[in-house]
Design a protein around this ligand. Structure first.
Ligand SMILES: [Zn+2]
Length: 256
C-alpha cells in the first residue's frame, strides 16, 4: 500500500535542483502528500502545487518563527487562501521557544489569531510546538472546538493521552534516531488510530539517511519503525495511518 506524507515542504530551496523529478516519484510511489505553509509565500506555493498535482494538498499559515510578516492585511489574505478547496488545514502554527525568533507574547498572540481564523473557516490545524508544550496546551484549551495534528510530536506519552480526543500525533524521522527513547514510549502507548506519518522534509531525515536531505518517500522508514515498535505488520501501519490522515484533513477516498 502506498503511504501518505502528512507534512512536507516541497517549496524548500533544497528541492530546487530536482523538484519536478521528485513530484514524479511521489506520484508513482505515494498515495498523496500535504505541503505545509509557514508564511504567506510558502502558503501560496503550497496551493499552487495542490492545483497543479492531484496528489498534493495544501495548508496555509504562519510558523511561529516566521510571524514577522503577519499583519491585518496578511491575515485577510491568509483567510482568503484558507478558503481554497485544496487547502485542508491551517498551519503550521504554534509556539517555538527554542529559536525564540519573536517574544513569547507575540508568538502567542499570532497563534491565537490563527486559531480564530481556523475556527472561522472551519478547518483543522497543524501545530508546531517546540520547548513550549505548557503554553501550547493552555492556549489550545481556550479553543476546545479546534481539532488537528500535533506535528513532530515533542511531548511525553502522558501528555499525549490528554490530547488524543482532539489531536492526531504526527510521527516523523526522529523516531528512527538512536536517542528517540521518549518518542518510542509515545508510539508504544498511543493507539494506532491517532498516529499519522510525516517527514517534515527536507528536514528530520530518518535513519538510514540521517544527515542527508529528506524527501516524502522516506516516510516508509518511519512506518517500518512504528511496525517494529508496535509488533505489527507494515501493511497495518500503512492502512491505519492513511485512514487517520484522510480523516483529520477531511480527504475522502474518492477525492484523490
Ligand atoms: Zn514543518
Amino acid at each position: 500500500m502506498k503511504l501518505i506524507d502528512s507534512h512536507a515542504h516541497m517549496d524548500n530551496e533544497a528541492f530546487d535542483i530536482d523538484r519536478d523529478e521528485l513530484f514524479e516519484k511521489i506520484e508513482k510511489e505515494m498515495d498523496f502528500i500535504v505541503n505545509i505553509g509557514y508564511d504567506l509565500e510558502s502558503s501560496k506555493k503550497s496551493i499552487e502545487y495542490a492545483h497543479k498535482y492531484g496528489f498534493v494538498y495544501a495548508t496555509v499559515g504562519f510558523h511561529p518563527d516566521e510571524i514577522v510578516g503577519y499583519s491585518t492585511e496578511a491575515e485577510k489574505e491568509l483567510e482568503e487562501l484558507a478558503k481554497d478547496p485544496r487547502v485542508v488545514a491551517i498551519g503550521e502554527i504554534g509556539l517555538d521557544y527554542h529559536w525564540m525568533t519573536h517574544p513569547k507574547e507575540k508568538q502567542q498572540e499570532i497563534f491565537r489569531r490563527q486559531l480564530e481564523l481556523a475556527k472561522r473557516v472551519g478547518k483543522p490545524v497543524v501545530i508546531h510546538s517546540r520547548e513550549a508544550m505548557e503554553d501550547t496546551l493552555n492556549i489550545l484549551n481556550e479553543y476546545p472546538e479546534i481539532k488537528g495534528i500535533f506535528h513532530c510530536y515533542p511531548g511525553s506519552a502522558e501528555t499525549a493521552k490528554t490530547l488524543l480526543d482532539r489531536f492526531y500525533l504526527g510521527i516523523g524521522g526522529v523516531l528512527t534516531f538512536k536517542n528517540a527513547r521518549k518518542l518510542v514510549e509515545v508510539v508504544k502507548n498511543v493507539p494506532m488510530d491517532r498516529i499519522i506519518l510525516e517527514t517534515d522534509c527536507p528536514y528530520m531525515t530518518p535513519a538510514p539517511f540521517r544527515g542527508k536531505r529528506n524527501e516524502p518517500v522516506y516516510v516508509k522508514y518511519v512506518a517500518e519503525k512504528i511496525a517494529e515498535i508496535k509488533g505489527i505488520e507494515f501493511e497495518e501501519v500503512a492502512v491505519k495511518t492513511n485512514a487517520n490522515t484522510r480523516k483529520v484533513y477531511g480527504i475522502s477516498e474518492e477525492n484523490k
